[in-house]
Design a protein around this ligand. Structure first.
Ligand SMILES: [Zn+2]
Length: 379
């Protein structure tokens, strides 16, 4: 993977490249942030750059023998550890048993979620785990001398899913690493990682992708118009995986819009029974889709507020949304916009932390609707 194929994140790329050119590569690094910010793509691009025979100032050469093998994930000094599940009766399966599937999956697109990985393995319900035996495998693989790479590189995806005994073996190696070995831990849930492992790593927080890079990334990846890419960028919250799920899906965007319009209409009229039904409908949706709706609500509220100032170029809504925003904007003002955005954001983070969806949404809806009525003097 080349840095140029990682969406946005210029400062992170510059930081990683200077680490290599100044020869101060920390042997254990944790790439953390939302998966859709590009944690795995960044780890792959960095690994390729580290072992490239002719690295340029901004990217790997892409053509040397190392780059060619890294790009296919078949470099003999490039190793992966990732969560897997039991297929049959084996007590402690190891990643090597899944390596072909893993390569095929990652090569399809390095932007993925753990749910997608297990769907790919036809095991949607599995949570996955890095089993005990993997600890010995890690030691075995890293005790081999370097074949051809400058560094032996091990990418550990979701180290928080390691069985304790495997994690302890990893810790031992992190404490006394073999020469020229680089560990890249990739996690969107670092609080789940063993603290002793965390303290041995240098953390690199990868932020959400900025709107301009996301727009360009979507145009390049999906050949959509600039307008479409822009619309999706603004509701994706800087998450490329989320954006990919929305792009090209105009029905989905219409559905989001309808859910928002309904909620504000019930709030305007003070229809508590309708609001309660709305919460039920939302609670029944898959979590990722629900999160997309909440992000959408935040985006359209902000745009309705901004529309009051007639700064046309700041509003990126579709024609249908603009129609709605035109009618809705008088009701969004200094008295309520901040509070409503905050309640939507709070619900989003509670749902991400596995709060009870129905309770979280009901609490959010009641607060927003009553404040919407009070701030517009409807009561
Ligand atoms: Zn190269």
């Amino acid at each position: 993977m080349l840095f140029k194929d990682v969406v946005g994140q210029m400062p992170i790329k510059d930081h990683l490249i200077s680490m290599v050119s100044e020869d101060r590569i920390s042997h254990a690094q944790l790439f953390t942030g939302p998966s859709g910010a590009g944690l795995m793509p960044m780890a792959l691009a960095f690994a390729q750059y580290v072992n490239c025979h002719n690295p340029g100032p901004d990217d790997s050469c892409g053509v040397c023998p190392s780059c060619k093998k890294m790009a296919k994930l078949i470099h003999p000094d490039f190793h992966f550890v990732f969560p897997i599940m039991k297929r049959g009766n084996e007590k402690s399966p190891v990643c090597a048993d899944y390596l072909n599937e893993w390569r095929e999956f990652v090569l399809q697109s390095p932007y993925f979620t753990v749910h997608e990985w297990f769907s790919f393995l036809n095991a949607e319900k599995s949570q996955g785990m890095i089993y005990t035996q993997e600890g010995n495998e890690i030691i075995k693989r890293l005790s081999l001398k370097n074949f051809e790479g400058r560094y032996k590189i091990m990418v550990v995806w979701q180290p928080e899913k390691m069985h304790n005994s495997a994690a302890n073996k990893l810790l031992k190696i992190l404490e006394e690493p073999p020469a020229r070995t680089l560990f890249l831990l990739v996690s969107d849930y670092p609080v789940g990682i063993l603290p002793t492992i965390l303290s041995r790593t240098q953390q690199l927080k990868i932020p959400r992708i900025d709107d301009a890079s996301m727009t360009k990334g979507l145009m390049d990846a999906f050949m959509v118009s600039e307008e479409e890419a822009h619309t999706v960028a603004r509701i994706s919250g800087g998450d490329f995986i989320r954006a990919r799920d929305i792009v090209g899906n105009s029905e989905e965007k219409q559905f989001f819009n309808q859910m928002f319009v309904n909620f504000m209409r019930y709030s305007y009229k003070g229809q508590l029974d309708e609001i309660s039904r709305w919460v039920e409908q939302l609670s029944a949706l898959p979590k990722e889709r629900l999160k997309n709706i909440l992000l959408y609500c935040i985006a359209i509220l902000r745009e309705s507020y901004i529309a009051n100032f007639d700064i046309a170029e700041l509003v990126y809504a579709t024609p249908a949304e603009n129609d709605f925003i035109g009618k809705f904007k008088p009701f969004v003002n200094d008295r309520n916009v901040e509070m409503m955005v905050e309640e939507f954001s709070l619900a989003l983070s509670h749902i991400e932390q596995n709060g009870n969806t129905r309770l979280v949404l009901f609490d959010m809806a009641i607060k927003i609707s009553s404040w919407f009525r009070i701030s517009n003097k409807l009561v």
